[in-house]
Design a protein around this ligand. Structure first.
Ligand code: TYM
Length: 332
């Protein structure tokens, strides 16, 4: 039996190269060495307000992007979270298990509260208890590894703590999972502000390269990317904008550190940007082409989602039944 991996993405907005390099590309690379379960987490998406029609549509689009990037549906389960109610049931049990203080320390929640500014009183409680749902996603399937970008590390650390806590309180029920980060590209930064991570919720026009952006837009975005006032690539100490462009290139190309250094050290920024643009566009083109085909065949896409949910539901049920029994929830 190969070790199981679980990961997921929110079907909000369009996926960008941070999502791809931080997570999706790694899933494709390791799918044959593990038993993979990949989720589209619509229950997480509704922690902030969504347009209902758009949300439903986005679930299928994200599924198409997973497959277009190279996820093999014969090998991997690809399903939508809300299709399996066990996620919500276990999340409630965890909400009652996890101390308030643990959730209160989550930096993602804190930064979202800060973003909300004066309207923070109207923020849904789901945003606060969100990590309990994420823990449920992972622990339901007894996953060994969780391949994600760096921004999710804290949530997975919390997941491990929740598993330990539950196991200590009620007896060993959950496998304690480990985080799996990519070696290059775990944290892609915004092109307009390389001190902030690239994110779907940032609305600046020059912030993110989306996976479906046409080549002309990618060129424009990289052309406008923030660099610094040095004349060319200072390999030993590049500024954050240049470091980010180099990371994007290296993550897409798979070049070694040595090859990167001998190729880019001292290169002028105009040339650097041209080469990064070419690399990104050459890697996005085949994904975009496959995406177009996949998204046009909705019955096939829906069948993948349906069959996957049917396949993984019994795993989730088995874990949930055990957790309910351990907690003393009534059954006859
Ligand atoms: P989400 O939808 O924000 O992001 C999906 C994946 O993309 C990674 N990522 C990045 N990687 C590198 N650089 C970036 N700028 C960048 N931005 C995003 C994320 O780390 C993630 O791997 N809470 C999760 C979804 C989730 C989940 C789970 C993940 C729900 N349940 C269980 C793993 C296991 C989230 O909001 O990811």
């Amino acid at each position: 039996m190969k070790p199981r991996i679980f990961s997921g993405m929110q079907p909000t907005g369009e996926l960008h190269i941070g999502n791809y390099l931080g997570a999706l590309r790694g899933w494709v690379e390791i799918q044959h060495d593990y038993e993979p379960i990949f989720c589209i987490v619509d229950l997480h998406a509704i922690t902030v307000r969504q347009d209902p029609k758009q949300l439903r549509e986005n679930c299928e689009r994200v599924a198409a992007l997973y497959l277009a990037a190279g996820i093999d549906p014969d090998r991997c389960a690809v399903f939508v979270q809300s299709q399996i109610p066990a996620h919500v049931e276990l999340a409630w049990i965890f909400t009652c298990t996890v101390p308030f203080g643990w959730l209160n320390r989550m930096t993602q929640f804190k930064s979202k509260m800060q973003q909300a500014g004066s309207s923070r009183d109207s923020i849904g409680t789901g945003l606060f208890v969100y990590p309990a749902l994420m823990a449920a996603d992972i622990l339901l399937y007894q996953a060994r590894f969780v391949p994600v970008g760096d921004d999710q590390s804290q949530h997975i650390e919390l997941t491990r703590n929740i598993a330990h806590r539950f196991n200590n309180l009620y007896g060993k029920t959950f496998r304690v999972p480990s985080t799996k980060l990519p070696t290059v590209g775990a944290r892609i930064m915004g092109l307009d502000d390389p001190t902030k991570k690239m994110s779907k919720s940032s609305t600046g026009p020059n912030h993110a390269i989306r996976l479906l952006d046409p080549p002309g837009r990618v060129k424009k975005l990289i052309g406008r990317a923030v660099t610094d006032s040095q004349p060319g690539v200072n390999w030993g100490a590049p500024g954050p904008g240049v470091a980010n462009l180099l990371t994007v290139f290296q993550a897409f190309s798979g070049w070694s550190d040595r090859r990167m250094e001998s190729h880019f050290a001292g290169m002028r920024y105009g040339t650097l940007k041209g080469q990064v643009t070419e690399m990104v566009n050459s890697k996005l083109a085949p994904i975009q082409q496959r995406y177009g085909e996949l998204v046009a065949d909705r019955p096939q896409l829906r069948e993948v989602l349906r069959a996957s949910a049917e396949r993984v539901a019994p795993i989730a049920q088995r874990t949930l039944r055990r957790a309910k029994r351990r907690t003393g929830l009534y059954s006859v």
